[in-house]
Design a protein around this ligand. Sequence first.
Ligand code: SF4
Ligand code: SF4
Ligand code: SF4
Length: 574
Amino acid sequence: MFQIEVNGKPLQAEPGETLLKVLKRNGVRVPTLCYLKDRAPSGACRLCVVEVAGQANLVPSCAFPAAEGMKIQTHSPRVLRARRTVVELLLANHPDDCLYCVRNGDCDLRRLAGELDVRQRRYCKIERRPETDNSSASVVREQSKCILCGRCVRVCEEVMGVSAIDFVERGSHSRVTTAFEEGLNVSGCVGCGQCVMVCPTGALHEVDHMGRVLEALADPALTVMVQHAPSVSVTLGEMFGLEPGSDVDGALNAVLRRMGFARVFDTGFSADLTVMEEASELLQRLGGKGPLPMMTSCSPGWINFVESFFPKWMPNLSTCKSPQQMMGALIKTYYARSQKLAPEKIFSVSIMPCTAKKGEAARRQMRGEGGLPDVDAVLTTRELAFMIRQKGLDLKTLPAELPDSLLGERSSAGKIFGASGGVMEAAVRTAYRLVTGHELENLELKAVRGLDGIKEAQVKVGDVTLDLAVVSGLMNARRLVEDMEKGLRRYHFVEVMTCPGGCIAGGGQPHDTEPELVKARMSALYTIDRKAKLRCAHNNAEVQKLYKDFLGEPLGHLSHELLHTSYAQRREGE
Ligand code: SF4
Ligand code: SF4
Ligand code: SF4
């Protein structure tokens, strides 16, 4: 450790640290628009410049190493002037669309312009209104609002291993686009929305489904039903000022009813159902029917990724539909029949942490009888928060309510689906019970918890010791699959979540994904699990009733028809 002086005060720095890192750690706020935590600095935006005594020019703090005795000024008049000029230059080419922008109220560029007291356009505008790319079922690109920070390009390449977008041309013609400037739908884009999470402006956002939901809610001929994914209850509260990791499950059911949804279901129910089907499928494959390792299929970005980049591994994907789609299929069959409702008069909405879920719901394979979609609209957590505010409701003051029955009960195994490792842990609990007839003594599989990109575990189930892997972040998935192709790794069962850390950091969640926040969300899910009375999918009474009254048995004829699918084609609906 050594000492530097910042704004006249001593601060401790460690060898190898950049100035920005020291400043952040010590709570000195310096703005950046291109910085990404744990990634090499690009120095593209020049907003983090500081004044270092003895240096003629201002230096970018994100790339400048701290050195013993260094004296720096972070907010001197010269520094503020430079930052203001940077923002003014960015705004010179920017549309004045704030009032109509999806990021209105939540835009880093707009906030900075305010903070730096930018009150007039000092540089003349070069009129450039590139077309908006609406081709994807998941993500919209509004190039006119792009400030070329490069965050999306780096996340897509370095974290997701996809490289669907990149910079083209130079100077004032420079822009971020897809190969051959085609639509995102025909690029390698998997719809994950991780680029949306890091974009500081409204240049990237989810495809808006709010309009179609509001229309359906206003239509007296429709019964509008909603399901909410396991992770949403531990992230939504942040958007209403609650502590990260606050669980608003009961208030979420209440607010959805007040918004006009006729039934509220918990996707944790169909996560339990997924566990029943997936654990049974694993046992079937271990018995020789189907290739190993079996790979999970809950995460639609991962499905898109396999289809686009590793098609030879398609047969390894579990045939189970995701919990969203299983719930959708059951709402329009089992539930519709039980309530004597016509499926075509049901509008089925899901609240998801994920932009790729919009693409998943739009696939042709995800349609039931008569071509009816299992799920009609998918709202991200962000869209739900927007609609709650629009309806004048306050999440914090609502009393807790339970979800509706038949498709509402869930075990905490279904709840931990929201975190990377959760599907694996839930499936192991049930596979053990199916094989041995006994409950697993220690339900918690700690080796697959946490934020590491690749986690491994071994579990003895009956006579077999299962080799398991849990991966999150598609770059890690790419590494794992490439290792498997070289014969360097062998497993029986692999869980893959598209987004780093799982759904709690999905592309539809609140924009902030600082690791501390994600850890708080994860810890909330495991606390729910630890305190739950019902911790295994196979003990869920509503799931048992569903098999008894309707489906028959896991992997039975009707299960296959409604709950399983084939991923043998490239993405459809996009
Ligand atoms: S991206 Fe930000 S600055 Fe640009 S129009 Fe939207 S809110 Fe305004
Ligand atoms: S949605 Fe995902 S895959 Fe598509 S461009 Fe963004 S980061 Fe890349
Ligand atoms: S689209 Fe957003 S994240 Fe990507 S370069 Fe433009 S402003 Fe940055």
